[in-house]
Design a protein around this ligand. Structure first.
Ligand code: UT7
Length: 334
């Protein structure tokens, strides 16, 4: 019997129009384009400026475009998983709100929070429903309005992140393509280095927490960097070795876009040349849950059916992981 695999059969992204450049940040903060570029690779990022718009609005746009591309209706979605660290509200789940906005009346939905590894964790969760035969159409959408939790006076953190959303559709594949293997990890002791201090049950919101700026991203960059640079490469190699893959066998490495130096270190250890690494951190910064599907969207027409693809991420938690998949379709000529 042929194994049913979960394959990505469509991908779509959405980013806001507003471009926040390093030059504009130079005017707001004690920073320079040179510092940001050499330390991170980032030149600009997109920001959702429109009043009253939230993560779900970006997610809904990404999913609407996804459905249009695949030629299916919102009613056909059986399950929608949204990964985000910037939900519209603490509850209900942002995935529920997206389903309401797009008219996915027959779907059930829930959110997954695994910070910057959220897309990979959600993809593997979603793939189980396809592999077991329970569902035939599952959407995973990564969406974050990082600008809503950034302190634009904190130069160490605010320069790193941007806003955006991207979604994939998972469907069954019996031709040998789709998601083949993965490794996912968490280490909760890493929370000390990357978290939001207040607004949860540990420290509910109060005048004091607002005054102390405790509703913003807190990151000890250097500590996170040290873990990210080793863990992301280690897990990528673990998945490659288990599947007898060498650097030359990989068509595309799709890394979480936090910092070009972390990406370079992973690609070097996996012996994958830069020409085979999807990289858009220059233009979009770190969009947290959206980085990997935004890359897939941007490189969609360069991937070929049967290509060996490795997705890899490291993020707050700590969380990290890698996925090996075979791309399942050729993009039709426009
Ligand atoms: O996606 C979630 C996971 N997160 C990550 O993967 C982020 C991992 N960390 C990083 O990418 C890097 O640690 C950063 C890009 C955040 C920082 O780079 P770094 O090379 O680790 O710099 P640093 O924090 O050690 O700071 C070096 C210097 C400091 O000055 P002193 O103490 O040496 O005088 C900082 O105050 O750079 C200073 N600095 C800045 N200078 C200009 C920090 N931020 C800035 C800035 N502009 N924006």
């Amino acid at each position: 019997m042929t194994k049913i695999r979960a394959a990505i059969t469509a991908v779509n992204g959405w980013v806001p129009d507003y471009v926040l450049t390093n030059q504009e940040l130079e005017k707001m903060l004690d920073t320079t384009d040179e510092w940001i570029t050499t330390r991170t690779g980032i030149k600009e990022r997109r920001i959702l400026k429109e009043q009253g718009k939230a993560t779900s609005d970006m997610g809904a746009k990404a999913v609407e475009g996804l459905l249009k591309k695949r030629g299916i209706s919102a009613e056909e979605i059986e399950l929608l998983i949204c990964c985000t660290v910037t939900p519209d509200m603490s509850f209900p789940a942002t995935s529920n709100i997206i389903c309401d906005k797009i008219g996915a009346k027959n779907a059930y939905a829930y959110d997954i929070n695994a910070a910057c590894s959220g897309f990979i964790f959600s993809l593997i969760t979603a793939s189980q429903f396809i592999e077991t035969g329970r569902h035939k159409k599952v959407v995973v959408v990564g969406a974050d309005k990082m600008s809503s939790i950034l302190d634009y006076t904190d130069r160490q953190t605010c320069v790193l992140f941007g806003d955006g959303a991207a979604a994939v559709l998972l469907e069954p594949d019996e031709s040998g393509n789709g998601i083949i293997d993965s490794s996912l990890r968490t280490d909760g002791s890493g929370r000390a280095f990357l978290h939001m201090k207040a607004g949860g049950s540990l420290k509910p919101s109060s005048h004091e927490t607002v005054n102390a700026k405790e509703h913003f991203v807190y990151q000890e960059g250097q500590s996170v960097f040290k873990f990210a640079v080793t863990r992301m490469a280690d897990i990528t190699l673990e998945v490659m070795k288990r599947n007898n893959l060498k650097g030359q066998d990989i068509a595309w490495l799709v890394p979480h876009q936090a910092n070009k130096r972390i990406i370079d270190a992973t690609a070097n250890r996996a012996e994958i040349p830069e020409s085979k690494v999807m990289l858009n951190v220059f233009r979009l910064g770190n969009t947290t849950d959206a980085t990997i599907p935004l890359c897939l969207w941007e490189w969609e027409d360069k991937m070929k059916k049967g290509d060996n693809i490795i997705l890899t991420a490291f993020g707050g938690g700590f969380t990290w992981g890698a996925v090996y998949l075979k791309w399942a379709y050729d993009t039709p000529e426009k």
